[in-house]
Design a protein around this ligand. Structure first.
Ligand code: FE2
Ligand code: FE2
Length: 364
């Protein structure tokens, strides 16, 4: 699937009706804007709403609800959206009739809960901002795994999956604590995690989230952490990433196992929807690696653009193999991250992620 098809398929990837749905409302339809945002990189696209905020949208601190985002952004690989600073600020609210919406489409290195509100970061240095963002994401992942455990119980998922989700809560709490410490060390701080109330997802929505946040986001996060534990110049960062890499690999293994379990229980059309979400999330996953000055990048050991591309290419290959092996009812087979126990998940998953990282390193 091409990246273009990921961005043009709102009608198939989203349940939300497009704004300006009939011909008479065409003048109010969202208009793509050619804005390049250095901070957002390839992760942000911008649209203008000529007639302003739709009356059906719920807006909280310049963040519209996710259903409205899906209509406004026309992207099936959307994470959240917000009104641009020229259109909305926290004191004055919505500023004008025509508003600009930023649509954020990248998966990150952690599992984001549904309804997550964008991080508010305070930092004196680039490294402080980086670790503050990580601390926010790790803290958000605590909520994501709490939700996941509860929602898995609601779908009568196997007990081992629910238990693994519960264990991941403790991992993410530890990660959040450690990243907060690093943020403080480098002069950064993240405000508290805020999550909007959302309805429990259907099984298909749960699998879509799992595909995007776990199979794409956390798996790529595990790969990047594995890379960092070798390449970070800062000794403390290297040691931290070693532990994080092991944990995140286990979380990645869990995501793939949930996906394999769930795909058996949905219809072929729904399965295709989940696959499309995953493919779109992986299409540009490398752009979720933050860009920073070379000196700061060396301290953190983050891969440069070329290395991130190699890691992402390896992940896309493995994911394609996984997706080729469509599950059949009563039979759930897999080439990678196959698990029979939680311990097995860690070792097999870790070996796979390490192999990908090493292959990427050798192909310089
Ligand atoms: Fe984490
Ligand atoms: Fe995680």
């Amino acid at each position: 699937m091409s990246l273009a098809s990921c961005n043009d398929d709102a009608s198939t990837g989203s349940d939300a009706a497009p704004l300006g749905g009939d011909a008479g409302d065409a003048a109010c339809a969202p208009q793509p804007l050619a804005i390049v945002d250095d901070a957002g990189g390839d992760c942000s696209a911008f649209v203008e709403l000529p007639c302003g905020v739709p009356p059906t949208a719920t807006v909280d601190d310049c963040f519209p609800d996710l259903t409205s985002c899906a209509s406004m952004c026309a992207s099936s690989s959307l994470f959240y959206c917000l009104f641009g600073p020229t259109s909305c600020n926290l004191d004055a609210g919505i500023l004008d009739a025509a508003v600009v919406v930023e649509c954020v489409t990248c998966a990150g290195g952690g599992r984001r809960p549904r309804g997550l509100v964008e991080a508010r970061i305070l930092a004196r240095t680039e490294l402080g901002a980086h670790f503050a963002r990580l601390a926010h994401l790790e803290a958000a992942s605590v909520k994501a795994f709490c939700d996941l455990e509860r929602w898995l119980a609601g779908t009568h998922a196997p007990l081992r999956l629910r238990r693994a989700a519960r264990c991941a809560v403790a991992d993410e709490r530890r990660h959040a604590r450690v990243m907060r410490g690093q943020a403080k060390r480098f002069g950064g701080e993240a405000r508290r995690v805020r999550v909007r109330n959302v309805a429990p997802p259907t099984l298909v929505e749960l699998l879509e989230d799992d595909a995007v946040e776990g199979c794409a986001g956390e798996t790529f996060g595990a790969l990047v952490a594995t890379w960092q534990m070798v390449h970070a110049r800062d000794v403390r960062v290297r040691a931290i990433m070693r532990r994080v890499a092991v944990d995140e690999t286990r979380h990645a293994a869990l995501a793939w196992e949930i996906l394999r379990w769930g795909l058996v229980h949905i219809t072929p059309a729904e399965r295709e929807r989940v696959r499309q979400k995953l493919t779109c999330a992986l299409a540009r996953i490398e752009s979720s690696v933050p860009r920073m000055a070379a000196a700061a990048r060396r301290e953190t050991g983050l891969p440069n653009r070329a290395a991130a591309q190699r890691l992402a290419t390896g992940l896309r290959l493995v994911a394609a193999l996984e997706l080729e092996r469509a599950p059949r009812r009563g039979r759930c087979q897999s080439v990678a991250w196959t698990t029979h126990s939680e311990g097995g998940a860690a070792s097999l998953g870790n070996a796979r992620v390490r192999a990908l990282a090493i292959r990427a390193a050798r192909s310089r």
